[in-house]
Design a protein around this ligand. Structure first.
Ligand code: SF4
Length: 432
């Protein structure tokens, strides 16, 4: 009989939000969650297929689950299921494979898989998809920060990206539904909501765009912090920038995918902007909010990327005022236009290019952190890391440590920054 369930989540914030939605169903089915390191009757793996490395991680997670729970059953749901359902079902221990449309019915199949049936249900999400599915997080244990899924799907079809094929067309969650859940989470003690989607800036309801939604969330809930997850540069509107600049509850933080710093490559990637647009956007945001943290995804090794194009990207990044990079190495995704271009850049070269950008990212982050010496920042404290030492995050995404005998867990307090110490800022707690 299936009683205990372990969850493993790979990939993006949206997957984390969706795993939370699965967890909120446990009580209804008389199931109990155990940690990923304990044996479980069922291990649910919410998979990712955005790169080859993500697929390899999903397979390694299956192997680890079999080692921890040799007699347990495994369910694979999400993006990798969408792409390789038959292969996954063949793996010993895997009894259930559900695609992105089917994963919310995960626990309806318990009896069948308990009796040893192997089940696969995967349909193509399809561009005509109109339903927006997510569960409530209401059964979560108290947490400080929660990813709230408000948008699904993408129709940008960047040449390298498989997500539009796996997640379907853009669709959005009703504002009233978002408000109801945020109110409930706030009552449970959650202090920060991260608004999450596949292409978040494509959020659209009958009442308006993302900025209109955020205006309502700020007016109609008391959540202390709202943060945006990744948002495409062409979808950052002046209204959104003005909201972030003027609303202290909206975190001064933006993650704006760049992907490349050479216009030739951006063109081949079928991105919706050129480097000059991106630079102008970063400039205008920084002029309005010098202390905002701006992160960017970048990709090395896109088919045909020359040394000179890579160097253009490095120089471009060096010269714009962004804070850090998430560096990805290109890998061909079957069925995408870029896959037909081949994958010519050797892995060793991709590694070299990505190491150069990671170093650059480290330097930029340290420079950003150095600008905070002597400033006062609001910090949401999350853990006690040593006797009387607490650690938390500023709204602009910098780790801060401060000494205090007070219990600071889940509290937002002002801290005067003293200096940078490795990957965090050391500060002194100000009295309330
Ligand atoms: S915007 Fe481009 S990279 Fe992002 S999910 Fe859509 S297709 Fe993929």
């Amino acid at each position: 009989m299936i009683v205990t369930v372990a969850f493993r989540t790979l990939g993006c914030r949206l997957n984390q939000a969706e795993t939370d939605a699965f967890k909120s169903e446990l009580t209804k089915f008389n199931l109990r969650e155990v940690s990923g390191s304990e044996p479980a009757n069922l291990t649910v793996i919410n998979s990712c297929a955005v790169t080859r490395a993500a697929e390899a991680k999903t397979r390694a997670t299956i192997t680890a689950a079999r080692r921890i729970s040799p007699n347990g059953k495994i369910a694979i749901v999400g993006c990798y299921s969408q792409l390789a359902a038959a292969e996954l079902l063949d793996i010993p221990g895997v009894y259930l494979v559900l695609g992105n449309n089917e994963k919310y019915n995960l626990f309806d199949f318990l009896d069948e898989i308990d009796q040893g049936e192997k089940i696969v249900r995967v349909t193509t999400p399809g561009l005509a998809a109109t339903t927006f599915r997510t569960g409530y997080h209401s059964s979560l244990d108290q947490r400080i920060r929660v990813n709230l899924k408000i948008q699904e799907g993408c129709d940008y079809y960047c040449a390298y990206c498989i997500l539009p094929y796996l997640r379907g067309a853009p669709r959005s969650r009703e504002p009233q539904d978002c408000i109801a859940e945020i109110r409930q989470l706030t009552e449970q003690g959650v202090r920060e909501i991260i608004l999450t989607g596949i292409n978040l800036g494509r959020y659209q309801s009958p009442e308006g765009d993302l900025a209109a939604l955020i205006r309502r969330l700020l007016d109609e809930t008391t959540i202390p912090r709202i943060r945006l997850s990744s948002i495409e540069p062409d979808l950052i509107t002046p209204q959104l920038i003005e909201l972030i600049a003027s609303e202290p509850r909206l975190c001064r933080y933006l993650h704006i995918p760049l992907q490349h710093g050479a216009d030739t490559v951006l063109g081949l990637m079928k991105r919706h902007y050129q480097t000059a647009d991106y630079a102008a956007l970063v400039d205008s945001i920084k002029q309005r909010m010098p202390e905002i943290c701006i992160g960017a995804d970048v990709m090395v090794g896109f088919p045909g990327e020359t040394e000179s194009e890579f160097e253009q990207m490095r120089r471009f990044i060096e010269n714009i005022d962004i804070t850090y990079l998430h560096v990805f190495r290109y890998s061909a995704r079957p069925g995408t236009p870029a896959a037909d271009l081949g994958d010519h850049i050797p892995d060793s070269e991709k590694k070299r290019r990505s190491a150069i950008l990671r170093q650059l990212s480290g330097r930029k982050r340290t420079q950003f952190m150095q600008t905070f010496s002597g400033k006062v920042c609001p910090v949401l404290f999350e853990e006690k890391i040593a006797t009387d030492t607490w650690q938390g995050l500023t709204d602009n995404y910098v780790k801060v440590r401060a000494n205090s005998k007070e219990h600071l867990y889940n509290r937002i307090r002002k801290v005067r920054i003293i200096h940078v110490s490795g990957d965090f800022l050391k500060g002194e707690l100000l009295s309330e």
